[in-house]
Design a protein around this ligand. Structure first.
Ligand code: ZN
Length: 206
């Protein structure tokens, strides 16, 4: 296997990238000069040094020389600790933040659960989620969990799976579980929903 094929194989594993696009990426890099490639390789190799996973919401954030294990959202005292939105990925959180219509906290699952998945616990941060709900629930700070997942079959399946997981602690600690309201049309990924849509979906949650 030559370098182009190897690189194509890497790109092909990126979310939403097919074999043809992956090959185009590899050829694109070939058209760039050496210093661009060195800069690119450096960014990739150092990514994990500068970015860490928040131990509370599990989003990735840049340390920026601050010695902290939690991100700026989780550290912000003005955030409403009675609300927790559960999303699949970091991009979903970023999109909700961009809508400026939510002031609570988040939990990032780190993926979704495909229908017929035999080991769903390996697809999402299940143990971390259960621990978070148990901790917040026992402190009586958490009042509502909002499931904000993609309006796709896989997103809905993930929502059902997570809801089943959290049913028991929710009853035990009197936490309400709600879903984003209509407005996010079927088949849409949260990542591509505009701010108004997100705002309405949050307002009309049920
Ligand atoms: Zn955080």
């Amino acid at each position: 296997m030559n370098s182009i094929d190897k690189l194509t194989e890497f790109f092909q594993k990126f979310p939403g990238i097919g074999p043809r696009q992956a090959k185009r990426f590899a050829y694109y890099l070939l058209t760039r000069n050496k210093s661009y490639l060195i800069e690119f390789a450096k960014l990739v190799s150092e990514l994990k040094n500068d970015v860490i996973e928040c131990e509370s919401c599990h989003r990735f954030f840049e340390k920026n020389r601050i010695d902290t294990a939690t991100c700026d959202i989780c550290r912000n005292p003005a955030r409403d600790k009675s609300l927790l939105i559960i999303v699949s990925r970091d991009v979903d959180l970023e999109n909700i933040e961009r809508s400026h219509s939510y002031n609570g906290l988040y939990f990032i699952l780190g993926g979704s659960v495909p229908i017929l998945e035999k080991t769903p616990e390996q697809r999402i941060r299940q143990k971390d989620l259960q621990k978070t709900i148990e901790e917040r629930g026992s402190k009586a700070t958490l009042k509502e969990i909002i499931l904000a997942l993609n309006a796709t079959p896989e997103g809905e399946h993930t929502g059902d799976y997570v809801e089943t997981l959290l049913k028991e602690p929710a009853i035990k600690y009197g936490i309400r579980i709600s879903h984003l309201g209509r407005g996010i049309s079927t088949g849409t990924e949260l990542e591509y929903s505009d701010s108004d849509t997100i705002k309405n979906a949050l307002k009309n949650r049920s």
